[in-house]
Design a binder for this molecule. Structure first.
Ligand SMILES: [Cu+2]
Length: 156
């Protein structure tokens, strides 16, 4: 894990457009919250991030609030009747001790309903994450056209 993080840091340092930003609350470490840029008038968006739990107690991501949208929910994708559907994660998203919860395109995400502003490439907006044990943490969500390089490099 340490090697992967170092690789990401090096990559991000090389890229002027993908600035790393990370946050810490208690034993939780939050990596690069981001969302995909959307055309003006888009009603919904989805935010992604990684929550590393470096503590010895499991935690949960219960939800989030942002002035940029009416409502934010933790969603997961489920296969149902041969279709891919999204639904709210009941009881919050588990963040196991010594592990991580990954919110990424095609998987678990923070769904943003009723966008109040266009998600314009290169901008940021505040988002407050609600954790069951660690409490609230405000982060900034980076709006970008493409998925961050770090996300794909995590497979190395
Ligand atoms: Cu969703």
């Amino acid at each position: 894990m340490r090697q992967i993080l170092l690789a990401c840091t090096a990559l991000l340092a090389l890229s002027a457009t993908a600035q790393a930003h990370e946050y810490q609350v208690g034993s939780l470490h939050i990596d690069h919250p981001w969302t995909r840029a959307m055309p003006p008038g888009a009603p919904t968006g989805a935010a992604y991030l990684v929550v590393h739990n470096r503590g010895e107690t499991a935690d949960r991501l219960l939800g989030a609030d942002t002035p940029a949208a009416d409502k934010a929910e933790v969603h997961e994708h489920v296969h149902q009747d041969g279709l891919m559907k999204m639904r709210q994660v009941e009881g919050g998203l588990a963040i196991p001790a010594g592990s991580a919860a990954v919110l990424e395109p095609g998987g678990t995400h923070l769904m943003l309903f009723g966008l109040k502003q266009p998600l314009e490439d290169g901008t940021r907006f505040p988002l407050t994450l609600h954790f069951e044990k660690a409490g609230d943490l405000q982060v900034e969500v980076a709006v970008q056209k493409d998925a961050p390089a770090a996300a794909s490099e995590h497979q190395h």
